[in-house]
Design a protein around this ligand. Structure first.
Ligand SMILES: Nc1ncnc2c1ncn2[C@@H]1O[C@H](COP(=O)(O)OP(=O)(O)OP(=O)(O)O)[C@@H](O)[C@H]1O
Ligand SMILES: [Mg+2]
Length: 232
């Protein structure tokens, strides 16, 4: 469970990216995080992954309070696919990148290669295994970054714009894959179709505040709300 209470996050210079956000996400729920550019979606995901300093309020992940001394435990439960794939890929080949996280988790080389192979196949990127991530197309990079995270099978998955660089077929395949994944998923997206097809719940951020949290199909059919939050 992810329990967020009265969370505020300020960047330097008093720039408030999240204001008094409270939200409770149950185990296994999939939540679309919606909001216009600059609404605070990435900041919320980064905060859950322990990458942003909490200014006030609190976050609990599976009963553990998000604070410096618990970061290692919390990060072992969380897989975060960044908005920018270049922040995630750093090895000489895609396969090495996928294997890296698995080796860090303690899997031996052979098992890591086996899991990496299965994960790349599930994302249709087996043919990219020996390519350099820096020379891939943006959509290929995105799928490679997703493979790195899915391979580790985290309990809570955070996706920041997972389909933003993908073509129609890759988007559809990724949506099917996301739907099939067990575990808690929080997906920041500008694509309302993706939100509707993958997520049962939606949270709408507007100007750093949470303005609505509830059933995704109800929120996605609320044209007035979507319009007011610059989502239509
Ligand atoms: N590193 C940073 N330093 C200072 N301000 C930042 C930083 N990152 C984000 N912000 C500010 O915080 C606010 C929220 O940004 P955030 O990236 O969370 O928005 P977002 O909803 O993910 O937007 P987008 O849809 O464009 O990805 C914005 O006003 C942004 O300018
Ligand atoms: Mg963002």
């Amino acid at each position: 469970m992810v329990k967020i209470e009265n969370l505020s996050v300020e960047y330097g210079g008093g720039n408030c990216a999240l204001k008094d956000v409270s939200l409770e996400i149950k185990e296994g729920e999939s939540v679309a995080l919606l909001g216009a550019n600059g609404a605070g979606k990435s900041t919320l995901l980064k905060t859950l992954a322990g990458l942003c300093k909490i200014s006030s309020g609190s976050v609990e992940i599976n009963g553990t309070l998000l604070e410096r001394k618990n970061l290692r435990k919390i990060r072992s439960d969380i897989g975060f696919v960044f908005q920018n794939s270049d922040d995630q890929l750093f090895s000489l080949t895609v396969e090495e990148d996928v294997v890296f996280g698995l080796r860090n988790m303690g899997f031996d080389f052979q098992k890591s290669m086996e899991i990496a192979g299965e994960t790349m196949a599930s994302l249709n990127i087996s043919h990219l295994a020996n390519r350099s991530p820096s020379r891939l197309s943006e959509g290929e990079k995105k799928r490679a970054a997703i493979a790195c995270i899915l391979a580790m099978k985290p309990k809570i998955l955070l996706f920041d714009e997972p389909t933003s660089q993908l073509d129609a077929r890759s988007t559809r395949l990724l949506c099917e894959l996301l739907k099939s994944l067990k575990g808690t998923k929080i997906i920041a997206t500008h694509d309302l179709k993706v939100a509707g097809s993958v997520c049962e719940k939606a949270a709408v951020l507007d100007n750093s505040r949470l303005v609505k949290f509830g059933n995704a199909s109800e929120i996605l059919s609320d044209e007035k709300l979507l319009f007011n939050c610059s989502l239509l």
